[in-house]
Design a binder for this molecule. Structure first.
Ligand SMILES: [Zn+2]
Ligand SMILES: [Zn+2]
Length: 64
């Protein structure tokens, strides 16, 4: 399992910590699966990615 790194601040998102995911499709296709350690980091991502309409989901890293 690859560990997640915040796409904004490059901080490691440890397993078990909930990660914030951008819901814009282009951020979730192929290898571009962006994750953020906090909503604050996601908010910084939005203007750099030029999203017109952006929202996020908080992923709970609990076993399915
Ligand atoms: Zn971050
Ligand atoms: Zn995005």
């Amino acid at each position: 399992m690859a560990s997640l790194v915040c796409a904004t601040c490059r901080k490691l998102i440890p397993m078990g910590q909930s990660a914030v995911r951008c819901t814009v499709a282009s951020c979730n296709t192929g290898r571009m699966k962006l994750r953020f350690c906090s909503v604050t980091c996601w908010e910084k991502h939005v203007p750099t990615a030029r999203h017109r309409k952006a929202s996020y989901v908080v992923e709970d890293d609990s076993p399915a």
